[in-house]
Design a protein around this ligand. Structure first.
Ligand code: C2O
Ligand code: CU
Length: 498
């Protein structure tokens, strides 16, 4: 579909009334909340059933000596407990809400049935305070994923409601691999005091402390290995900023982008850029030499986000300022690796539908319906803010190409739920490798095209994973025609994905 047709479609949607997209609170008495639905009861043949309990509650989080955050956490820890299962396992997670507000959980990057996707206001109602809900899905794909709240997610993920979700291939873990997960996050000044500011306060986007696995500075645990082991680092960005990471003096290979294994990637020493929602798995040979995984961002808190890389039995690496780095930034569009398995949409397969989504921003004080964004900016898709952004329509079996055109001055890490995105091209240059992702950073001025198979019916979020951009309007829906929407925004449980 051309941009012109798309614009006409959106006008039609708007004329039909925003109510069709659930913008309004439903009147009348509150029935029981709409729960996660469509879950499955059986694992793949030969696989296990794995039960997990997560309790979401406030927590005074000690990020480091003298640095405490007003966190919200799963099971009293940030990140939440690791959910680690084997491919094919049935994952059953009961979430107990001990927060003062409604909440939900989304399984970022895993294609689960629509009703299990955990998006308040789209696939379920927010789970009210004091209540519990159970999710169940089969872990169909291997790799590094993460889970996080999808009710008012800028605020809730920002406070720490996230954790790692790792799906191993069936069978025993490979011997000789030291497997470590590092989750990066930023903490705003507004959560480091004794009382959190109200929604919309700029102190909530004034990041003064960066954390790795919920700790900062010297409190960050080193990555250790037995010399001779291969070290696999699963890097996750649970925050709202793109970070630049560098393995000092250690050549590495990327073995997965957003959980999806790649083979054939070259050994590089490049700086790794990781954006909100993204995961990058890298492997290197664990030598007998200590080193640093540094964060090279220009902002001062980056100096507190270095991770010591330390063979067991060796002294910690020496501190001091990083040696100047002249390496290139690793780029998934130019990295020559090939996605393992049949997940990629072959480049020869022509799309049956194409959409273009313009990413813009505007300061529009007082615009009716403009969501509260602490920087006072509306973040738009095709000129509108959610829920007026409407939906992109597909049918099961479609091969869909999406092109995002970033006409703003900020990076936008765009994430689609429920589907796997194959990188097609950026600003006219085809992707060099065959890379499958679920979150793609679109830089200012760039246009990025991705392809996916419409093979998971439902209504799915498509949004920026800088969650304050999402809260500021940069969200829309992907809608399978003739498939009902499971839940609506607002209502007695105040459901609101962001
Ligand atoms: Cu990681 Cu819509 O989410
Ligand atoms: Cu954005």
């Amino acid at each position: 579909m051309s941009g012109v047709r798309l614009a006409a479609t959106l006008v039609g949607i708007l004329a039909a009334g925003a109510c069709a997209y659930g913008g309004q609170a439903s009147p009348g008495p509150a029935g029981p909340p709409i729960a996660p639905s469509g879950g499955v009861a059986t694992p793949a043949p030969g696989a296990a059933i794995r039960h997990f309990d997560l309790t979401a509650a406030p927590l005074a989080l000690q990020l480091g000596p003298g640095v405490k955050a007003l966190a919200w956490a799963y099971n009293g820890q940030v990140p939440g407990p690791t959910i680690r299962v084997a491919q094919g396992d049935l994952v059953v997670v009961t979430l107990h809400n001990r927060l003062p507000e409604g909440t939900s959980i989304h399984w970022h990057g895993l294609a689960v049935p629509n009703g299990e996707d955990g998006v308040a206001g789209v696939t379920q109602d927010a789970i009210p305070p004091g209540e519990s809900a159970t999710y169940s899905f089969v872990a169909t794909a291997t790799g590094t994923y993460w889970y996080h709240s999808h009710q008012d997610s800028a605020a809730q993920v920002g406070r720490g409601l996230y954790g790692p979700l790792i799906v191993d291939p069936p069978g025993a873990a490979p011997a000789g691999v030291a497997d470590r997960t590092l989750i990066y996050d930023e903490w705003p000044l507004g959560l480091l005091g004794s009382r959190a500011p109200k929604a919309g306060d700029p102190l909530l986007i004034t990041y003064t402390t960066y954390s790795v696995n919920g700790r900062t500075g010297a409190a960050i645990a080193p990555v250790t290995w037995q010399p001779g082991q291969t070290v696999r680092l699963r890097l996750v960005d649970a925050g709202n900023l793109v970070h630049f990471l560098h393995l000092d003096g250690i050549p590495y290979r990327v073995v997965a982008f957003d959980g999806h294994s790649v083979t054939g990637g070259p050994l590089v020493t490049d700086v790794l850029a990781i954006g909100p929602g993204e995961r990058i798995d890298v492997e290197f040979e664990g030598s007998a030499r200590s080193s640093w995984l540094r964060m090279l961002d220009s902002m001062p808190p980056a100096e507190q986000a270095g991770v010591a890389l330390q063979p067991i039995g060796s002294a910690p690496p020496v501190g001091g300022s990083p040696s100047p780095v002249h390496d290139a930034v690793l780029d998934p569009f130019t990295y020559t690796a090939t996605a393992a398995g049949p997940d990629a949409v072959p480049s020869a397969l022509p799309p049956t539908r194409s959409y273009t989504v313009a990413l813009t921003s505007a300061t529009m004080p007082g615009m009716p319906g403009m969501p509260a964004s602490p920087d006072g900016v509306a973040y738009q898709m095709n000129g509108a803010v959610f829920p007026e952004t409407g939906a992109l329509d597909v049918r099961t079996g479609d091969i869909v190409w999406l092109t995002f055109v970033n006409q703003s001055r900020a990076d936008h890490p765009i994430h689609l739920h429920g589907h796997l995105l194959t990188l097609v091209a950026r600003s006219g240059s085809p992707a060099v490798g065959v890379i499958v992702k679920d979150t793609v950073v679109v830089h200012p001025g760039a246009s990025v095209t991705v392809a996916f198979r419409a093979d998971n019916p439902g209504w799915w979020m498509l949004h920026c994973h800088e969650l304050y951009h999402a809260a500021g309007g940069m969200m829309m829906l992907l809608r399978y025609l003739d498939v009902p929407r499971l839940a609506n925004l607002g209502g007695p449980y105040h459901s609101q994905p962001d």
